[in-house]
Design a protein around this ligand. Structure first.
Ligand code: SF4
Length: 309
């Protein structure tokens, strides 16, 4: 079984997204390199073979290439940069990252054009840079897996975003329903959409990717809102993950996410997906209630295999 390390390398960033879940951690700044190295060694001892270098924005660190090289030297075989992708607009930078050992690129694109994306990132020029970064990394043959945070200002454009991602040639894209923490909580009213209103646009966007033979994922959307697209719900595919952060370690994030991060409801007991569904992030029903989550009738689904086959 694959084991993954998700390592937070610090919280400084050259974007300031209106929904950033890490915004409240900015006071911690970036972590010293040796702390990160220590965490990488500990995770290897715990048999992690893949690593996600994340932040904040990991690519603005001066020692970014050193971190990648060290991960490679320790024997991580799958090394992903989870990034806003802006520094990858420069081909020289991309080549250095690939030479150092990056073999998976995880940029975030939140709009189908500069006006929409830059509004959300609050960083002029970020759309052009991230799009160029995707093109550059594809040219170098790197697997590109994008993430789009789904918020009130962009959900109606998910099909257009999907079209753009297909045109850019990404290998996989994910639509992640907003998690109301950090800036996303501070900007709750402006950012948080109704999950039931998002669903039809998300399905259309996923279908565009499916028709183009792309791998597609939906994160933090319960099954009852994505009927027909159940096998694209990302909870199924997230490997065993440990998170190493500035202030805390979570050696079984999957368990924490289910037990403390997500929320189920009394009506879920009548739903055929009850045994496999995590429900929405808990901050959603705390303000929006749970009436949108309508149990799906039918024989109980007991394992993901029943949905995947
Ligand atoms: S278990 Fe609850 S949240 Fe999940 S799909 Fe069923 S009704 Fe929706």
């Amino acid at each position: 079984m694959e084991k993954r390390l998700d390592i937070k390398t610090g919280f400084l960033c050259n974007n300031n997204c209106r929904f950033c879940v890490q915004a409240w951690s900015k006071k911690h700044g970036n972590r010293p390199k040796n702390d990160i190295f220590k965490d990488m060694r500990a995770a290897r001892k715990n048999k992690c073979t893949s690593i996600v270098l994340t932040g904040g924005e990991v690519s603005i660190r001066e020692d970014f290439f050193e971190l990648i090289k060290y991960a490679k030297k320790l024997g991580f075989t799958w090394i992903q940069a989870q990034t806003n992708g802006r520094r990858f607009a420069y081909m020289d930078f991309c080549k250095k990252a690939v030479k150092a050992g990056i073999n998976d690129f995880g940029p975030a694109l939140h709009g189908h054009n500069a006006k929409h994306h830059n509004y959300l990132t609050r960083a002029p020029g970020s759309f052009e840079q991230t799009s160029q970064g995707i093109k550059n990394m594809k040219k170098l043959g790197v697997n590109v897996v994008t993430n789009t945070v789904v918020v009130k200002p962009n959900y109606k454009y998910l099909p257009k975003i999907a079209k753009l991602l297909v045109e850019l040639g990404v290998d996989q894209f994910q639509f992640a329903f907003m998690h109301a923490v950090g800036n996303a909580m501070d900007n709750y009213e402006d950012m948080m959409p109704r999950a039931s209103k998002v669903a039809p646009y998300m399905k259309k966007g996923l279908q565009i990717g499916i028709d183009a033979n792309k791998r597609v994922m939906a994160e933090a959307m319960p099954f009852c809102l994505l009927e027909g697209y159940e096998k694209y719900i990302s909870d199924f595919y997230i490997p065993y993950t440990e998170i190493r952060d500035v202030t805390s370690y979570d050696l079984n994030f999957g368990k924490t996410r289910k037990e403390q991060g997500k929320r189920k409801f009394s009506q879920c007991k009548r739903c055929k997906y009850d045994l496999v569904c995590e429900g929405p992030w808990k901050e959603y029903p705390e303000r929006k209630g749970n009436k949108e989550f309508i149990p799906v009738p039918g024989k109980k689904i007991r394992s993901k295999k029943e949905i995947l086959c």
